[in-house]
Design a protein around this ligand. Structure first.
Ligand code: NZQ
Ligand code: ZN
Length: 390
């Protein structure tokens, strides 16, 4: 199929690269910087100080705004917009993971456009620009450092919504794998699941496909699985950190979807409701629902699932259906082997029937949309998948 591939982000990868942050902001035309960060890991590790030093060295004035939480909140975005306007900020520097980068992107939309920033996430209108954003990545997971996406949670109704546009793509991404060594194991593994899922969502398409795109995706998934296991044993393994970090960016910058119809994405939509309602870690939430989604839809295209099983897990025997189901089981076995959940109970939540129906309604925009392309899922389907995942 025809495709567009647009990756304008300059990647600066490797040990010590965060010392170049000031120089990169200046290169991208920034004059007054908002340094945006999370709940404190960047402070405790000394990273924030090093970043601020690098800005000072370039003579760049800056204001700091921390406190971004996982599943980043709209209220923090609004606070950031107010600060940027009053301080005359012209560059947003996100120091953290997907949550911080997404919050910075949302602030960027809010400053560059009039009106309520939530309108974009609520599908009411399109943004006409975004303040430039740069990232210093501290967790390999969401891929926001190279994606066109930003996902924000509105506390009013606990609605988690993504908004995509090329305006928000990071101007640069500083990626030092060493910075990820302080991650708790659960976050490392949750990140690995998310990275794999960004390729798996694109792998299970309805139409199109290219041999090269398949090969890149399959290699990426195998690489992340191998290195996730290494990190389970040795969290300080630099090479494994580097493999996973680069995979995280390539998995969500469009590369693994070239020549396809864009992929399925139902698992992500189903998980976003869990994140909005129960505040779970995104990757862990994906692991908890993927197997149920896969069993619910695989019969739409058993050959594709069997191909996945053969090329990713080396499964040989059996007909298409048997191999497809064996592949789903293998993936769940991998999740369990790295301490990830394969159902909602293992994720630590027990939604009531009422909550399942509410999540299914929100996921399908109260009947206004279906999710997924392999099988277009309506509210009843989504509710059935939540029940299967219990
Ligand atoms: O807040 P701090 O103290 O930094 O702690 C964070 C947070 O608790 C911690 N952490 C990050 N780097 C660390 C560290 N702890 C120790 N050492 C470090 N080096 O990790 C926790 C999780 O951080 P978060 O930024 O939430 O992780 P992630 O990158 O997984 O981002 C998740 C968010 O991104 C969205 C998800 O829905 C979720 O809201 N996504 C964004 C996407 C995009 N923009 O393209 C695509 C994804 O599919 C995803 O939906
Ligand atoms: Zn994701």
């Amino acid at each position: 199929m025809n495709f567009e591939y647009y990756t304008p982000t300059k990647v600066v990868f490797g040990k010590g690269t965060e010392s170049r942050t000031g120089e990169l902001v200046r290169e991208q035309g920034g004059h007054r910087v908002l340094v945006h960060y999370g709940g404190g890991s960047a402070v405790r590790s000394g990273l924030l100080d090093r970043i601020c030093e690098s800005l000072k060295k370039e003579g760049l004035p800056y204001v700091t705004l921390g406190g971004v939480v996982p599943n980043p909140r709209l209220s923090k975005v609004r606070e950031g917009i107010r600060i940027c306007r009053s301080e005359g900020i012209d560059f947003l520097l996100a120091v953290g993971g997907g949550s911080v980068i997404d919050s910075a992107k949302a602030i960027g939309y809010g400053v560059a456009n009039d009106g309520d920033v939530w309108d974009f996430y609520d599908r009411k209108r399109q943004a006409a620009g975004c303040l430039p954003v740069g990232a210093v990545l501290t967790i390999a997971a969401a891929g926001s450092e190279m994606s066109n996406s930003s996902v924000i949670t509105n506390e009013d109704g606990w609605i988690k919504r993504g908004y995509n546009s090329d305006y928000c793509r990071c101007r640069f991404a500083v990626m030092n794998p060493e910075l990820t060594c302080t991650l708790p194991d659960y976050q490392t593994q949750s990140g690995c699941v998310d990275i794999m899922m960004h390729t798996m969502e694109r792998y299970f398409f309805k139409s199109g496909g290219m041999e090269l795109t398949d090969g890149i995706g399959e290699a990426l998934i195998r690489t992340v699985m191998r290195n996730a296991r290494i990190l389970k044993e040795n969290p300080a393994d630099y090479n494994a950190r580097a493999e996973v970090m680069w995979a995280g960016s390539l998995s969500h910058n469009g590369l693994t979807g070239c020549g396809t119809d864009g992929g399925d994405w139902a698992s992500h939509q189903i998980e976003h409701e869990l994140g909005g309602m129960f505040d779970v870690a995104h990757g862990a939430g994906l692991a908890a629902v993927w197997g149920s989604w896969a069993r619910y839809v695989y019969s739409e295209n058993p050959t594709r699932f069997a191909t996945f099983a053969r090329r990713v897990f080396g499964l040989e025997s059996g007909d298409e259906e048997t191999t497809a189901l064996a592949g789903i089981m293998e993936m769940e076995a991998f999740y369990r082997s790295v301490g990830m959940p394969t159902n909602l109970a293992e994720l630590g939540i027990a939604p009531t029937e009422e909550q399942i129906l509410e999540m299914a309604e929100k996921c399908c925009f109260y009947g206004r949309r279906t999710v997924g392309v392999l099988k277009a899922l309506n509210q009843e389907d989504v509710a059935a998948i939540y029940r299967m995942a219990m």
